[in-house]
Write a protein that binds this ligand. Structure first.
Ligand code: CO
Length: 429
């Protein structure tokens, strides 16, 4: 395997390891952008924007939009969008269940639609955010990551469930509660949150904590073709988009280059920070106001815009080839995956598809095409939802991967590089 592919994969796996929740994804993205010279704007303050500069805005600490103003009058927005969240189990308040003072388990609910079986029998931890009442009365927000093997969802042994290998319907409230300790441990989570944040227990007002898989990333296969790690969907796209954005500084494009990372794709996007919010539309209005463009000019700039909705798709699975479309058979390491769906769950049409294919061909970036097998329902993503809020030609892309929505997914070692190169070519266009 060529070293440039291995290096880009290691960089991605490091980003993922440092980003155990959507809040960490956005914090790390903000650091990447600040290191690249971007200025943070606060939605609560008036925007001051100058040509030739780079900015970013964070909403709810879990969504982020960055943009770079061209030197001259822009002709449109070139947007790459991805999502920051991943399917997981979310801790409820008062989470400790004492089970007759034998074991303490944690009360969780599902966030998104995950493969449940691979969550069993592996070290897990908790990460997210907490709100703390400070001594001066202010409420402050803190990132939380215990960064230790803390709990585990433990299987029932085969001897007590002889049917286990004949298919089993997992119930979250019964089967998926992780063990965290022995005996009765009421208040344990609040206590360790306070400890890790170095604050008094009473000052912890509220938390949003998600289980995450502690297993580190791995590059594997005869020729290191594959890599596996948590959250490849959609951090492979989010990270590639950020990389492409921060390295597109001298592209001399007449477009406003933009990267939009939305939260809550896995639960339908209809939140104040999701793709179905006013975040993107309102930001473009505010850029227009700050630049003193008329409504007519702003509409013209919108009409000259284009979006790549970047979210991973499925590779053909060697054990289940019948699940794949008969004529479009995407494979890992096959390059940028362009996704189509007749029901318009994917936004790509012949116009937007041609536009991107032409860019990728000119840049020598490989691409391949995904359609659902017509007898398989398939998933959805954020592109068609974002389009209802800010309507511009859009292509759905991603990398081909396996085991989507497992806590340990698999993708191709070459594809982070391919995706990043494809996004860079898009920003240059
Ligand atoms: Co996704």
């Amino acid at each position: 395997m060529d070293q440039k592919y291995v290096e880009s994969t290691i960089e991605l796996m490091d980003f993922i390891q440092d980003s155990p929740s959507c809040y960490h994804v956005v914090a790390n993205a903000a650091t990447m952008l600040e290191n690249a010279g971007a200025t943070r704007l606060d939605e609560k303050e008036s925007f001051k924007i100058e040509a030739g500069h780079c900015y970013f805005v964070v909403r709810n600490s879990s969504s982020l939009i960055a943009f770079r103003m061209p030197e001259g009058k822009p002709t449109g927005y070139s947007i790459v969008a991805a999502h920051t969240d991943s399917p997981s189990f979310k801790l409820k308040e008062n989470p400790e269940i004492s089970n007759g003072e034998t074991y303490t388990t944690l009360n969780v609910e599902a966030y998104g639609g995950m493969l449940m079986a691979p969550w069993f029998d592996r070290p897990l931890s908790l990460a997210g955010r907490a709100f703390v009442k400070e001594s001066d009365g202010r409420i402050s927000e803190r990132l939380v990551d215990f960064d230790k093997d803390l709990c585990q969802i433990v299987n029932l042994c085969i001897h007590q469930n002889r049917e286990a290998n004949k298919g089993y319907e997992y119930k979250v409230q019964k089967d998926m509660l992780p063990i965290i300790g022995l005996g009765k441990q009421t208040g344990a989570i609040r206590s360790i949150v306070a400890e890790v944040l170095e604050v008094e227990e009473e000052s912890v007002l509220d938390t949003e904590l998600f289980l995450y898989n502690r297993m580190g990333g791995s590059i594997w296969g005869l020729d290191d073709e594959f890599f596996s790690c948590p959250k490849i969907d959609d951090l492979q796209c989010a990270f590639s988009a950020l990389k492409a954005f921060v390295t597109s500084e001298d592209s001399a494009s007449s477009k406003i280059q933009m990267v939009a990372l939305f939260d809550n794709e896995e639960v339908g996007s209809s939140t104040k920070q999701g793709a179905n919010s006013d975040f993107l539309r309102q930001l473009t209005h505010r850029i227009g106001c700050a630049m003193d463009w008329s409504f007519d000019e702003r509409c013209a700039i919108q009409a000259g815009s284009f979006m790549l909705s970047a979210d991973n798709g499925h590779s053909l699975h060697p054990n289940y080839p019948e699940k794949c479309d008969p004529t479009n058979r995407p494979l890992i390491n096959g390059g940028v995956l362009i996704k189509y769906a007749g029901n318009q769950k994917y936004t790509t049409d012949a116009y937007s598809g041609s536009f991107l294919k032409s860019i990728l061909k000119d840049a020598d970036v490989p691409y391949q095409v995904f359609f659902n097998n017509s007898n398989v329902t398939g998933g959805s993503t954020l592109g068609n939802i974002s389009t209802t809020q800010f309507s511009i030609p859009t292509v759905d892309i991603g990398a081909a991967q396996l085991a989507m929505h497992s806590p340990y997914e698999t993708a191709g070692t070459m594809d982070t590089f391919n995706l990043t190169e494809g996004m860079k070519a898009f920003y240059r266009a």
